[in-house]
Design a protein around this ligand. Structure first.
Ligand code: GLC
Length: 440
């Protein structure tokens, strides 16, 4: 009886529609990506420096001796992410270099066995995020440039002693590797029960080689609510454009990941930080197109976060706080052509949020809105703006232009000003190209 009941509960859970699984994700808008690993010790490129033979495997791994996590304060991380306005974070539990940040039973190449940190670093992160009400994402690289059964393009010593699995001699190299990564993923799922698995490195093999379909099935069997990013060949739940902001609105759920300077990991010589203005504009453009921004930080090997990164998160957070009704209660905005700039729509489509990147001249124009407008105000400043409708032929359903008063200078936000246009009823858009007015 109990068994029957359990299996029917599981069946129900497994029927979670994609939409309900992805609900929190679509509402989240901002996530923090965390690239934390050995590479911060020398301040070199994560994993790729080995691949491109800029450093030998041995020297790369020697960085582990200085990966201390001495000032790792996951509660401070989580509270910073919360202040930034983020709703989730994604931590590199294992990058392409194969180093695990948790105490994995599947390899000694982990921070407990190999570094002065000598402890699991993933558990405390998970706990602190949950305490702040943030969703937990775990990044996991499928390709693994340390595993002896995984082929690599650079010289590598024999790493077999780091991989304790016994009695697998009868399996092929690839079968052993599949067992390994499935084992590690099972471990991550059992130990930390993440809300999101963020895969990477799938490009090195085919979907069949990764057993992508069966891996996705297993992940969902372990947690029917889990979300998977797109880098599991075609089995992901959402798209992940990277570094270059999409120009055309992607279809379906998506997330844009971006570095703050030009590197993912801690890279002290890279001072090319994006100004706060660019980060805020990017964030606005992404959410206005229905996506999330996954903004990256690269903590130091001791776990502390550089001031350049912290201040950017805090300033983004201040901007989001001031404009939170437009950000969190909303969805993608108007199609192109109605307004020169990004827009958002309230979930019930009865308000339009117009985002101004620059100080407008003369008036602000909004085109093709059939509804009567109740009011227009500057978000976070409270100023009510005058407006009038100009042109059009309402009796022919051609709405003309809404001409909106320019806000007073002191009500313009230093970064992006948002106007809230409250409509009578849900948005009715005019999408035509005009025609002769037959009856005057
Ligand atoms: C690329 C890089 C990887 C980085 C990731 C972040 O896939 O290979 O180093 O972690 O982008 O999205």
């Amino acid at each position: 009886m109990t068994l029957l009941l359990l299996s029917s509960i599981n069946a129900q859970n497994r029927d979670l529609s994609d939409e309900s699984r992805l609900e929190w994700f679509s509402d989240a808008k901002l996530g923090i990506f965390i690239h934390w690993g050995y590479y911060g010790v020398n301040g070199i490129t994560e994993s790729w420096s080995m691949y491109h033979k800029q450093i030998s495997y041995e020297d790369y791994m020697a960085q582990g001796k200085e990966f201390t996590a001495r000032n790792y304060d996951p509660e401070a991380w989580a509270s910073l992410f919360k202040k930034a306005g983020a709703r989730y974070a994604v931590l590199t539990t294992k990058h392409h270099d194969g180093v695990a940040l948790w105490n994995t039973a599947w390899s000694h190449l982990n921070v407990v066995d190999k570094t002065p940190a000598k402890r699991d670093l993933v558990g405390p992160y998970v706990k602190s995020l949950r305490k702040e009400g943030l969703k937990v994402g775990l990044y996991y690289s499928l390709c693994d440039w340390s595993h002896p059964d995984y082929d690599v393009v650079f010289p590598r010593p024999d790493t077999r002693s780091d991989y304790p699995q016994k009695g697998q001699e009868q399996l092929s190299e690839w079968q052993r590797f599949v067992k390994f990564y499935k084992g590690q993923l099972r471990e991550l799922s059992d130990l930390f029960d993440p809300d999101l698995f963020w895969f990477d490195g799938d490009w090195e093999k085919s979907g069949e080689q990764w057993r992508a379909q069966s891996l996705k099935d297993s992940l969902l069997a372990w947690n029917p609510a889990v979300i998977v990013n797109s880098r599991l060949k075609s089995y992901g739940d959402y798209r992940t454009p990277e570094q270059g902001i999409p120009v055309v609105r992607p279809e379906g759920p998506w997330e844009f990941c971006m570095t703050m300077n030009d590197n993912w990991g801690y890279f002290p010589s890279d001072k090319n930080y994006k100004p706060v203005s660019q980060i805020i504009r990017t964030f606005v453009e992404v959410v206005a197109s229905g996506g999330n921004l996954l903004l990256n930080i690269g903590p130091r090997p001791d776990g502390s976060i550089a001031a350049e990164q912290e201040t950017r998160l805090l300033e983004l957070g201040d901007w989001i706080k001031k404009h939170e009704t437009a950000i969190f209660e909303s969805k993608a905005g108007l199609p192109y052509g109605h307004f020169y700039g990004p827009t958002l729509l309230s979930k019930d489509s009865s308000s339009i949020y117009l985002c101004l990147f620059d100080a407008p001249k003369h008036y602000i124009a909004l085109k093709g809105i059939q509804n009567k407008v109740k009011s227009i105000k500057v978000l976070g400043a409270g100023q009510n703006l005058g407006f009038e409708r100009n042109g059009g032929a309402s009796w022919n359903n051609i709405p003309g232009i809404l001409r909106i008063q320019v806000p007073d200078m002191e009500n313009m936000d230093p970064y992006v000003t948002v106007l809230e246009v409250a409509l009578e009823g849900p948005l009715q858009l005019y999408r035509g190209h005009g025609n002769a007015v037959e009856l005057n």
